[in-house]
Design a protein around this ligand. Sequence first.
Ligand code: SF4
Ligand code: SF4
Ligand code: FES
Length: 237
Amino acid sequence: MKIRFDILRRKDPESRPYLQSIDYEAASPEETVATALTAFGEEGRFTDTAGNTVEPVRWECSCLQKKCGACAMVINGKPRLACDTFLFEEGKKGRIRLEPLGKFPVVADLIVDRSILFENLKTLQVWSDETVRTDEDNTDSAYEASRCLQCGCCLEVCPNFCAGGSFAGTASFVPQARLLVSLSGAERERVRKSYRKHIYEGCGKSLACRNICPAGINIEQLLIRSNALAIWERVRK
Ligand code: SF4
Ligand code: SF4
Ligand code: FES
């Protein structure tokens, strides 16, 4: 299957972005956007549709198994993982457009600087010195939250998140939810205060993030549970 890739490229953070179109022949149903990008990373192998030799396309990956979140990018207008986007499905119409995630500074081509995610986790103090409680009431929620890849796809669709703002967004709320359901006493109170300030007060409850998570986390349910625990305490069992 022949697919034309339109890739929004940028040499470095200061240079102007440009669109480069490259034709790619997908040979098997196992091939993903990551397969094509790996090929586009080979020096001198491809010529673009304007006849120019394609400089290796820069992008990030690690696991290639939907486990690390590094390959998150905007694919045909939707934030997704390159290693989990299959060419025979996504390329049915013959074109795939790739852009870097839009909520973070671009480093080069499809690589963005997501360090704000980790800065937010530090600001929100998403850790505990206490042993966390696990019982049948919280195990499912804690496990659900622990699957977060910190990919940033949920932030891409969030109308309220901007890097550096006081609202930390879903990528921070999900790890916080894990603590909320597992802690008690003073430690939980600390997390509740931080949740109210950095999540609850900034979230517009639009639920645009509801179905976007590539890890399949049920964000809506976690949000409901976290709001109940952190804000509407009386709802707790
Ligand atoms: S519910 Fe809306 S405002 Fe809140 S985190 Fe999700 S997308 Fe953002
Ligand atoms: S909640 Fe889902 S979409 Fe958001 S950062 Fe975690 S894994 Fe990515
Ligand atoms: S490379 Fe790890 S999730 Fe895609």
